[in-house]
Design a protein around this ligand. Sequence first.
Ligand SMILES: *Cc1c(COP(=O)(O)O)cnc(C)c1O
Length: 393
Amino acid sequence: MQFQNPVFIPGPTNIPERLRKACDMPTIDHRSSLFGQILRPARDGVRKVLQSDIAEVFIFPSTGTGGWETALTNTLSDGQKVLATRHGMFSQRWIDMSQRLGLDVQVVNAPWSGGLPTDRYEEILAADIHHEIKAVLATHNETATGVTSDIAAVRRALDAADHPAMLLVDGVSSIASMDFRFDAWGVDVAVTSSQKGFMLPAGLAIVGFSPKAMAASRSAGLPRAFFDISSMRDSYNKNAYPYTPAFGLLNGLNESCRMLLDEGLENVFSRHRRIAEGVRAAAKAWNLDLCARSPELYSDTVTAICTPEGFNATGIVTHAADAYGVAFGVGLGEVAGRVFRIGHLGSMTDVMALSGIATAEMCMADLGLAVPLGSGVAAAQEYYRTHRPSSGV
Ligand SMILES: *Cc1c(COP(=O)(O)O)cnc(C)c1O
């Protein structure tokens, strides 16, 4: 086994040396003032990454899935109605969790090649004159399909219908990599985790609550214990946790926010855009379609690439691991075997992306697809060469 190659899975992502060092800490007393020096800037940093002045940030030892549960159980009550779209594996799992928690989910089934059907949302919300829908669940970036949805348009649909439902957003594979505007989009709960845009090991669920969601938490009736934000908030007021915090990861999060903010969020977003454009140029040169059906849906953190009819896309992923020690993502759920995914988020450069594109090419050639070696690499090189950031790297 070797660990030299970067991974090209859409999380967990590559961990920069600086963050590995920040996570590797001697034990500290988490009840001492020292811990506050980690917790406070980490929460402030996350709020800035969310582009928010109002979000109250909570960080649980968990993963994005725990963040989903935090969002639901702290804002809703048994049997309450929520609106959600199933258009990929992650949106499907969040719907499944909502149902298991006892919520009444109005599910819109949409194609897995598309985004959130915001026009349909406007109709549904306008028709809900008694405001039975208490929350709209939205997956900003469907990691299974490489489809990014327009969260501002979901907010517009809510506002157009003058509907008071909360907007709960899964930003696990977008936050810290793609433009995410908590305040401007009127997000009520944003969910993410440590191992994607924040470039850390898995282990933290990171959530932001709006004042409206904080108010809803006071009457929300779903059972919650570990993920209760009110116990967390009481402890935060004393710079502490209701249990043992993962202080190494929190120190890493603090450092990660510093890295992102030092680079500048605009630069982080444009770097992801540029790298993604290169990967898409490669797919085009390979003559392969993307799962995302139109350009406004293209994700800048993960690209799901369709392989020809009758070819098992999962073979590329298995072969890349066995022959070259490189990780790509398999297709999940409905698109299993039909797509393979190149993750290009977090600690990623043009040059790293080129190595991933080159490896994918070798794998496809090895497995008999008509992909000329160098075709995708050349297309991406041309893109990167002509789109260098004006500020330098
Ligand atoms: C990775 C991911 C999750 C799940 O997060 P875990 O940390 O694996 O629990 C949820 N939603 C999206 C969009 C993701 O990409």
